[in-house]
Design a protein around this ligand. Structure first.
Ligand code: ACO
Length: 330
């Protein structure tokens, strides 16, 4: 059976570091509160003039270099993001142009924290059916420009960071590759993690009323997110193992979406595995939504936490609610 391999990965984060102490200057919060509730110590936020497509571009160049592919080789681009530069078109169109990818298909996936695994799953189908030979998938976010950076928005603002990660997908020529992917959504929970405006639900114009009510800021029901995440993560990880005929003992590394260290710890406990098997870099970058899994995957590779032949499970949970997993033999 044809399998899809990840031929190369790359990531890019903006250089500006925002520490918890920096946030203490901007809102009523504390380093102690943030570390205890989330494990986050600092995050990267872009400086003025930098947007999501810039981060996506940098990560893509690195992934292409790692996979030794040029622009002419790529025949599809999929970008996961909820923070595109413009309301439309998507970041994928900008990326297609900036990388000189001649007239190939390009689209965005708006599946929030699950978007990278959604993109991976879609790309996997195109490779296995032989429709495409080299696909660029990206997760990129500039969250900082959408946050309510004040005491009112502190529950969300302290959690989120900016960044990007990318991967090149190609047909595998050995046993390595994607073993299975699993995508889920429970739309009944949309309002537990969402940003209402601008949207077509009402007259799309951003009125003063909407701005005064802060309906253009993201909102989260933290307890509901936590309650669902700690159930869905273990469930979807187990689903990927069952589909691949594997057990947790076969898994070398789980790379969860970096939502919150407390969520990852609760998931590890429910699975009965140690945190040494669950990758975490949230202390450095915060929650970067669609970018968190590819950034973590790159760092795991850089830190030699993944070797040839290892089984890696990617898992996500986020707005929608969406959740997803992918089992990969490296
Ligand atoms: N700094 C200081 N205080 C804060 C902050 C902050 N940044 N944010 C909220 N608070 C306050 C609240 O106003 C509230 O104060 P009050 O009691 O005076 O009303 C209090 O802290 C709530 O704190 P807790 O008692 O810990 O509340 P709870 O147990 O409900 O936990 C929390 C809230 C931490 C958000 C929890 O629900 C949680 O961890 N949820 C997970 C959310 C998450 O990590 N999402 C990740 C992003 S989404 C994703 O990627 C899937």
């Amino acid at each position: 059976m044809i399998k899809t391999k990840i031929a190369g990965v790359g990531y890019y984060v903006p250089e500006q570091v925002i520490t918890n102490q920096d946030l203490e200057q901007q809102m009523d919060t504390s380093n102690e509160w943030i570390v205890k509730r989330s494990g986050i110590e600092e995050r990267r936020w872009v400086r003025d003039g930098i947007c999501t497509s810039d981060l996506a571009f940098e990560a893509s160049k690195k992934a292409m270099k790692a996979a030794k592919v040029s622009s002419e080789d790529i025949d599809l681009v999929i970008v996961g993001t909820i923070t595109s530069d413009y309301f439309f078109p998507g970041v994928s169109a900008q990326l297609q142009d900036r990388l000189n990818l001649h007239h190939i298909g390009a689209f965005d996936v708006k599946a929030a924290c699950s978007a990278f695994i959604y993109a991976l799953s879609i790309g996997d189908q195109f490779i296995r059916t032989g429709v495409c030979s080299t696909i660029l998938i990206v997760g990129a976010e500039v969250q900082s420009k959408f946050l309510n950076i004040s005491t009112e928005g502190r529950d969300m603002t302290v959690l989120f960071g900016d960044g990007s990660g990318a991967a090149i997908l190609q047909k595998s020529d050995d046993e390595s590759g994607i073993l299975s992917t699993h995508l889920h959504c429970q739309g009944a929970n949309i309002k537990d993690l969402w940003m209402e405006a601008p949207g077509s639900a009402e007259n799309c114009q951003m009125t003063n009323i909407k701005l005064e009510e802060g309906r253009h800021f993201p909102l989260m029901n933290g307890r509901e997110v936590f309650r669902n995440a700690i159930v869905r993560f273990p469930e979807v990880i187990q689903e990927s193992l069952d589909a691949s005929g594997l057990t947790l003992d076969d898994v070398n590394l789980i790379i969860p979406h970096q939502a919150n260290l407390r969520i990852s710890q609760a998931v590890a406990k429910r699975l009965g595995v140690g945190m040494d098997k669950v990758f975490s870099n949230i202390h450095k970058y915060g929650n970067t939504t669609a970018a968190s899994i590819p950034i973590a995957l790159c760092e795991a590779v850089e830190e030699k936490k993944i070797s040839k032949g290892d089984v890696v499970v990617l898992a996500s949970f986020g707005a929608g609610f969406t959740w997803a997993s992918a089992a990969i033999r490296w």
